[in-house]
Design a protein around this ligand. Sequence first.
Ligand code: FES
Length: 241
Amino acid sequence: MPNITLTLDGEQYSADANDTILTIAREHGVNIPTLCHLDGLSPIGACRLCLVEIEGSPKLQPACTTVPAEGMVIHTNTEKLQRYRRMIVEMMISEGNHHCAVCVVNSSCELQDLASEVGLTHVRFPYLFPGKSLDASHKSYAIDRNRCVLCNRCVRVCHEVEGAHVWDIAGRGLGCTIISGMNQPWGESEACTSCGKCVRVCPTGALIERGVGVSEMHKGEDFLKYIVTARNKKEWVAKGE
Ligand code: FES
């Protein structure tokens, strides 16, 4: 692999030229907040929380999808970035119905954790209270679209890991919403295998198990690393194939 040298928050590192800024930062213990990114799923740069400053570049760039060039000087935690990240989380919260006190993932929610990480104390924007639909037609799971932050993780895990492609995003702008099947009730989607991967990677209380109460659900995407590693090593391919 070709190697490059770059500067990250004042420290010089050499790195694999094919790795993203996020991967390199994590390898060296530099924390960059993320939401749509999940190791094992393709990076899409949707949430913009991982924006970093690159000297000489007029625009902020998402660390999860940007591959650095030789000699790049990157800043990951400037005052400007802190302000932008806080604003992004504020906009996400004001755009949906995120009422933690009555949410099943309260205290196990990545949006909640991010709000505290970026130092959010209040939301300056008017709440939109979108009134999107809730679908509890699946026998085991439910989706509350008002709590969705459109990170696209459910769409990617279902398509890339489970191979079922139940989920998609429909609409534009504020009207964007997650749909199942051909925009039909989740319980009627014949492609759904009921594996629950979408529920486990969802960072908020949008995708949940049915029957759990407030603060009772704990998500976890550990399975993803296990599946992706095993696939890369072809551990499930029969000998001789
Ligand atoms: S984590 Fe990079 S854009 Fe969402």
